[in-house]
Design a protein around this ligand. Structure first.
Ligand SMILES: CC(C)(COP(=O)(O)OP(=O)(O)OC[C@H]1O[C@@H](n2cnc3c(N)ncnc32)[C@H](O)[C@@H]1OP(=O)(O)O)[C@@H](O)C(=O)NCCC(=O)NCCS
Length: 197
């Protein structure tokens, strides 16, 4: 099954990396249930769910930060096979799985975090933090660690609270649309980069 990461108890904070799974203590209204989340390396059969999560994040979470034209251009041409191709090309993907379903994914390559998406119905529960930790740990074991990322609009505060600092605004062109982002670095691991602090 490959590498698995970390148990996390929402009430106690992150435990040592290396524990096999994550438990979220969910309280929704009066109901209460424990959700077991495992973060593991992506396998090919995850591609459909990864694609679905990516589309749900773009059309739901990011729709309040980008125009319809930008979102459409961002999604255009994306297929499940694209994630498999990227993984075969060296992008390191991890998925968070709960109740037999993938609820989030993240990837890194060459010291850069390339993606981090949690299904809109599962955001705000600690899953994104766990995926980021898994990528950081994996990258640290393989190379210099994750030193930089391009934060989508609305995600910069999430990364700032996890040690990354903004170094400027950037953009990528996707199918003819300019998609703005915030360039961020981890100063401890990229000491030669000008961080403005
Ligand atoms: C950014 C993102 C990956 C974070 O994942 P997540 O699972 O929501 O993250 P966590 O639950 O670990 O942490 C979210 C933070 O928001 C808080 N939060 C509370 N309620 C929340 C809610 N309903 N939704 C989101 N965050 C919420 C959490 O307490 C936490 O605060 P902290 O930063 O002070 O710890 C996720 O929101 C997402 O997929 N966004 C859309 C895609 C995107 O922008 N990805 C980044 C691309 S660079």
């Amino acid at each position: 099954m490959g590498k698995e990461f970390s148990r996390f108890d929402r009430s106690e904070g992150p435990l040592d990396m290396g524990d096999p799974d994550l438990h979220l203590d969910l309280r929704i209204g009066r109901s209460h249930r424990e959700l077991r989340v495992v973060v593991r390396q992506m396998v090919d059969r995850d591609a459909d769910e990864i694609h679905e999560i990516h589309c749900a994040c773009l059309t739901r979470t990011l729709a309040s930060h980008y125009t319809q034209e930008q979102i459409a251009a961002w999604m255009k041409g994306r297929t499940p096979a694209g994630y498999i191709n990227a993984a075969n090309g060296g992008e390191n993907f991890f998925v968070a799985e709960a109740d037999g379903r993938v609820i989030g994914f993240a990837s890194w390559q060459d010291s850069e975090l390339l993606s981090l998406f949690v299904h809109p119905d599962s955001q705000g529960l600690g899953v994104g933090s766990l995926l980021l930790d898994a990528c950081r740990k994996d990258a640290a074991a393989e190379s210099a660690g994750i030193t930089c990322l391009k934060a989508a609009a609305g995600a910069d505060q999430f990364y700032a609270r996890r040690g990354f600092v903004p170094v400027g605004q950037g953009c990528t062109i996707k199918n003819g649309e300019v998609i703005q982002d915030t360039r961020m670095v981890l100063p401890e691991l990229a000491p030669n980069l000008k961080t403005g602090r």
